[in-house]
Design a protein around this ligand. Structure first.
Ligand code: RAM
Length: 333
């Protein structure tokens, strides 16, 4: 910071034209475009992004997203970010393919697009940051509900939107996991979508109870869906009869673990994920890495990311929460 300011002061002495150049290269504007606003998971990712921006010193973070989780809404936002001439976009995509043309347009204009959390297909981004290995995320969710239910019973999935890249990949992995002999006692009877809206997710959960009277478990691979489903279980007097598991934030789930609607759930650190996405975007804008397959991208306190042959990278393992540890983490995210 001191060096940068001194350099700017020296340039100021040298003349007005140099000052303009110094100003335009001074701050890097990185937009974090999330699936939808009002989602605690992305607010934690934003906090991580802000931490990275502060640490890097020359980054301004623009946190943005549509009000509902649609690709149309995200396309409008990207159009406006292109007109604002931001320096980079990190996006959690509502659809793998629908965003490709607009993301390509941004990249043609010199704005690198990275996806994180929920990916854009290969042609629409420099690389994608997975929070964790998809197979493991799918496996963990089946293993958690299986343990709670003693390996037996009807289960359903309450997902986010029907087009969400990340949830669809995880559901696919869950279906593969269910074919393993150790999970043969579990029967997947339905997959429904709450669109990452609390009220719709709640209604879908209640609909599952009505449609499947023998339902024993709901897996919600979304932080919005899991809280809504847990609330529905408690409200309908189903604690002890139907268990909810999946991916949730300890801060939103602690009460539901205590009510008994939830035995275990998992997640990775959303603050670290947001920090990583913004840090990595900075490295690309600053031309410290091209982000090509095989490259390693530096990410500050998180170490580095290695980009694989498909232009993707994965972070840590999902962490499992229960009544013993949930309160400790609830203070963090
Ligand atoms: C919701 C979103 C997000 C997902 C988490 C687990 O907040 O759908 O994309 O990663 O849940």
């Amino acid at each position: 910071m001191w060096i940068k300011k001194t350099a700017a002061a020296l340039m100021l002495a040298a003349g007005a034209m140099t000052v303009q150049a110094a100003e335009s290269t001074d701050s890097i504007r990185i937009a974090m475009l999330v699936k939808s606003l009002g989602n605690g998971f992305f607010e934690a990712a934003r906090d991580g992004g802000e931490e990275a921006a502060k640490e890097l010193g020359n980054v301004d973070l623009i946190y943005t997203g549509p009000t509902t989780a649609t690709s149309e809404g995200q396309i409008d936002v990207i159009n406006s970010l292109i007109s604002q001439k931001v320096d980079a976009i990190v996006v959690s995509a509502n659809d793998p393919d629908a965003l490709v043309p607009i993301a390509k347009k941004a990249m043609r204009r010199g704005i690198p697009v990275l996806s994180f959390d929920s990916g854009i297909s290969k042609d629409g981004r420099v690389f994608h940051i997975n929070p964790s290995n998809a197979e493991l995320i799918g496996y963990k969710q089946i293993a958690m509900i299986s343990e709670t239910l003693g390996g037996k019973g009807e289960i359903a999935v309450l997902s986010a939107t029907a087009q969400a890249t990340n949830q669809n990949i995880w559901i696919n992995e869950m279906k593969k996991t269910l074919k393993k002999p150790e999970f043969s006692g579990l029967k997947l009877v339905d997959v429904v979508y709450g669109d990452d809206q609390s009220d719709k997710s709640y209604r879908e959960a209640v609909g599952l109870f009505r449609k499947h009277p023998n339902l024993k478990g709901i897996i919600a691979p979304t932080t919005v869906g899991i809280t809504a489903a847990a609330k529905a279980v408690a409200d309908q007097g189903l604690v002890g009869k139907v268990y909810v598991s999946g991916l949730g934030l300890p801060s939103e789930m602690a009460g539901h673990v205590k009510s008994g609607a939830v035995d275990t759930f998992a997640i990775w650190n959303p603050i670290d994920l947001g920090y990583t996405a913004v840090y990595a975007a900075h490295e690309i804008v600053a031309k410290k890495s091209k982000g090509e397959p095989g490259d390693r991208v530096r990410i500050g306190r998180m170490g580095s990311l290695k980009i694989d042959g498909k232009g993707e990278t994965a972070m840590a393992e999902p962490f499992v929460f229960n009544k013993v540890n949930v309160d400790n983490f609830a203070k963090i995210f």
